[in-house]
Design a protein around this ligand. Structure first.
Ligand code: ZN
Length: 434
């Protein structure tokens, strides 16, 4: 069970100050690269990506607010959420009244340091617990931010695990948030362990797993790979906020009609009843890019507690206690279940007219117990819908038997000559509006 190991990795990554560019992203990817085969790519500042441009690279060494006695009342070295992401450098004295314009706090969570960024508007500022803010005494304060904004690169990583088929399953997660655990470190940690697991045995499909800064990274990546991804991707999963223990959540694709929707819903409804279901109208992570018109990848987002819905979200309370080994383990298993469903989700056709003679093939239990009657009934139900048009998930949805239970039955029936596989390729992008 990798839950504990995942939590250890997450704890190691937690202190790093990440942003959409910079050394924090590089350090994070280099640590993840110890566990999974990652290819790191650097895209220069100024590169055009669809309607966007790769911004200057941001790095920060230190920041604080000090009072007249030199006491640091806010210290970046104690918590990197204290500085607005992409703050420009500053070193000056100013009165509290003026400092207030550069402070951000949350009255509704007075002990939490909020997470604030300003990637595309040049400014500087600090984030502080509201309780601390109201305790600041009148007087002058020194504000100091030792940061740097200059032409550099946007860094991302890609892990391609080739399978038998050229068709791909796509996983995306983001590496641009500073010290917060569920949003976001749970995503890259689970994706890394999934990559490691995928590489341990041969797969039918090819896997493309990417670790990018949110939004600008997804757009930059798509600007380089949109065509091949549209051609090859049969299902995709964006992983975000996938390490707490509260619930499981799913954000649908635009028309809720892709293989990814079907697979995620099967894994959730048969094994994780009570999960939260959100339409594309509630999108907020990189599904915004992957589901946009003309990109239209068959992708859904998988979360435990969805971003924006849990109280600790985007604050210092999203910490190493909120994300647990059991929470991460649950998220990991959901992704693994979806992948296994896709790998095994074939179509079958029965080879005879009428019900096959199961006893002639030694497939009919000679001892009539109620459980054997039930299992014979399941086998006959599987055969009854094995007309070449349904895949195992369809048959599971019709019969109420999870596809992971139908799969070994189907394999046995193929061995006995009762069924043959009738694939083809699963429909990557069902016809729909747009
Ligand atoms: Zn976020």
């Amino acid at each position: 069970m990798p839950g504990r190991e995942m939590h250890e990795l997450l704890s190691r990554l937690f202190p790093i100050c990440r942003s959409i560019t910079g050394d924090g992203v590089r350090e994070t990817l280099s640590i993840l690269g110890e566990l999974a085969p990652l290819d790191v790519h650097e895209v220069p500042t100024g590169t055009k990506a669809f309607d966007w441009t790769v911004p200057p690279e941001w790095n920060i060494r230190d920041a604080f607010i000090a009072d007249e006695q030199g006491n640091k009342v806010v210290d970046f070295k104690r918590n990197n959420l204290h500085v607005i992401g992409y703050s420009t450098p500053v070193d000056r004295w100013l009165p509290l009244s003026e400092l207030q314009d550069h402070l951000h706090s949350r009255e509704d969570y007075p002990d939490a340091i909020p997470y604030v960024t300003s990637y595309y508007e040049k400014r500087w500022g600090f984030c502080i617990a509201h309780n601390k803010r109201v305790g600041l005494k009148d007087g002058n304060y020194r504000v100091f931010i030792d940061s740097e904004l200059r032409p550099g690169h946007l860094t991302y990583a890609e892990c391609i695990i080739p399978g038998e088929l050229q068709q791909e399953v796509f996983l995306s997660t983001y590496v641009c948030h500073p010290s917060m655990a569920n949003d976001e470190l749970s995503g890259p940690v689970v994706a890394t362990f999934i990559s490691r697991w995928l590489a341990t045995s041969p797969r039918r499909y090819t896997y493309r797993i990417i670790f990018i800064p949110e939004t600008i990274g997804a757009i930059t990546y798509l600007s380089r790979h949109r065509e091949e991804m549209r051609k090859n991707t049969i299902a995709g999963f964006n992983l975000s906020c996938i390490g707490d223990e509260r619930t499981y959540s799913y954000v649908a694709s635009r028309y809720e009609n892709t293989l990814a929707d079907k697979i995620a819903l099967h894994a959730l409804s048969f094994k994780r009843p009570g999960f939260a279901r959100y339409s594309f109208l509630k999108r907020g992570s990189d599904e915004r890019q992957y589901g946009s018109p003309g990109v239209d990848l068959p992708l859904v987002t998988l979360c435990r507690s969805k971003y924006g819905t849990y109280p600790e979200y985007h604050t210092s309370l999203d910490n190493l206690d909120l994300v647990t080994p059991a929470g991460l383990q649950g998220g990991y298993e959901l992704v693994k279940d979806c992948i296994q469903l896709i790998e095994h989700n074939r179509k079958y056709r029965v080879t005879c007219y009428g019900e096959p003679n199961l006893s002639r093939r030694g497939l009919y239990p000679t001892l009539g117990t109620s459980s054997s009657t039930r299992s014979v009934r399941s086998v006959l139900d599987l055969i009854a819908y094995a007309d070449g048009s349904n895949d195992l998930v369809d048959i599971g949805n019709i019969t109420g038997i999870p596809a992971w239970e139908l799969h070994p039955m189907a394999e046995k029936l193929v061995e006995a000559g009762v069924l043959v596989t009738a694939d083809d390729q699963p429909a990557a992008r069902p016809a729909g509006p747009g």
